[in-house]
Design a protein around this ligand. Structure first.
Ligand SMILES: *Cc1c(COP(=O)(O)O)cnc(C)c1O
Length: 367
């Protein structure tokens, strides 16, 4: 049975050509700052984001945590959307490591200047002052929705630029968690450096849509990136000769795997349309590579459907109680979409009632 892993765009395998680039690269010690491949990648990504400097880091989580350390004095707060990666997965780290608190504002698809103003007004009540305004793009928990900018804004309103202007006027720093910023860039055509302009520091993943085995870049002003380099050492992230291999993979990905993200987006739209045709799902049209499919009443939990899909060879991710996430990526081609749709169709069938739990009514669904 062929299996399809749609849990995340992190599951990609390095392609043969990427592996060849990793084998061929000369390696040196990144902890001493000597490695040429890492240095070249840092200069390249800094240039793409329109920032003076960039730092290779092993994970996006470390990039986020270092960004917090750079911008947040102890007992300060960070304004972000409720579903931000930094809040869902890193809130305890932010508190434990740097004494920073995440403050959710807005909703799934972003926040506006009014929400930011309302939160900042609470500083007067003695609450933790907001040190950092946190943006995420694409918005992972919102199914890879783009938080639009410039020409990508539907109504001529430019919410991100407005937020950036207000944050700067208030003296707040801005970080953009751009783990999937490449997807926003390809989906909208807005250049990477325009997104870079709205924030003081920007992190981008090399390991998601781009398909490198690991790595993220933190970009920003030279003085901040110097401090970030020290924090990387402090956190145990100076990985000697390993970053050269991963930088070679990333350089290959920048040459060959950026424009092709449009293929993932197109396949995501086909998959979403096919799932929406099944009787028990509601699916929004994805803007990028993540499909969020929501089961409808009387089914209360998506997990039994995920289990049926897993048994049929499709690995996917229950996002929240009623929602399943399917991530499209480098490992899924055009020819795979039809078999995936067929597998979903036959695994789930047309009778939703068998997924209604026996204990129905005993406990309310949590979402
Ligand atoms: C995946 C992700 C991260 C964390 O990246 P890792 O490399 O897995 O640590 C951070 N932010 C966002 C928005 C992500 O999607």
């Amino acid at each position: 049975m062929r299996t399809y892993d749609l849990r995340s765009d992190t599951v990609t395998q390095p392609t043969p050509a990427m592996r060849a680039a990793m084998l061929a690269v000369a390696v040196d010690d990144d902890a001493y700052g000597d490695d040429a491949a890492v240095g070249a990648l840092e200069a390249r990504v800094a240039g793409l984001l329109g920032k003076p400097a960039a730092l290779w880091l092993p994970t996006g989580t470390m990039a986020n945590q270092i960004a917090i350390a750079l911008h947040c004095p102890r007992a300060s707060a960070i304004a972000c959307v409720p579903g931000a990666h930094v809040r869902i997965h890193e809130d305890a780290s932010a508190a434990a490591l740097w004494g920073a608190q995440l403050m959710p504002i807005g909703g799934r698809f972003g926040f506006d200047v009014d929400a930011l103003d309302a939160l900042v007004a609470e500083e007067a009540c003695g609450w933790p002052p907001i040190a950092l305004v946190w943006l995420e793009n694409t918005l992972g928990e919102a199914g890879g929705a783009v938080w639009p900018l410039g020409g990508a804004c539907p109504s001529g309103v430019d919410p991100l630029r407005a937020i950036a202007e207000r944050a700067r006027a208030l003296g707040k720093a801005i970080h953009l968690d751009g783990a999937r910023l490449w997807n926003a860039h390809v989906a909208t055509g807005v250049p990477m450096n325009e997104w870079g302009r709205v924030a003081d520091t920007v992190s981008v993943a090399l390991s998601k849509g781009l398909g490198a085995p690991a790595g993220s870049m933190l970009c920003g002003p030279a003085a901040l990136i110097d401090r970030a380099r020290r924090l990387k050492h402090a956190l145990g992230g100076a990985m000697r000769q390993a970053p050269a291999l991963l930088a070679a993979a990333a350089a290959y990905a920048l040459d060959h795997h950026v424009a092709r993200l449009a293929d993932d987006h197109r396949r995501a739209r086909s998959l979403a349309a096919a799932i929406a045709d099944l009787p028990h799902w509601e699916v929004a049209t994805p803007q990028t590579n993540l499909v969020l499919a929501r089961v409808v009443a009387p089914i209360r939990r998506a997990e039994p459907l995920c289990a049926a899909l897993r048994a049929a060879g499709i690995r996917c991710y229950p996002n929240i109680a009623r929602e399943v996430r399917f991530a499209l990526h480098l490992g899924i081609g055009d020819d795979d979409v039809a078999p995936i749709v067929e597998t979903i169709r036959s695994a789930l069938g047309t009778d939703p009632t068998r997924f209604v739990e026996a204990a129905e009514g005993a406990a309310p669904a949590t979402s």
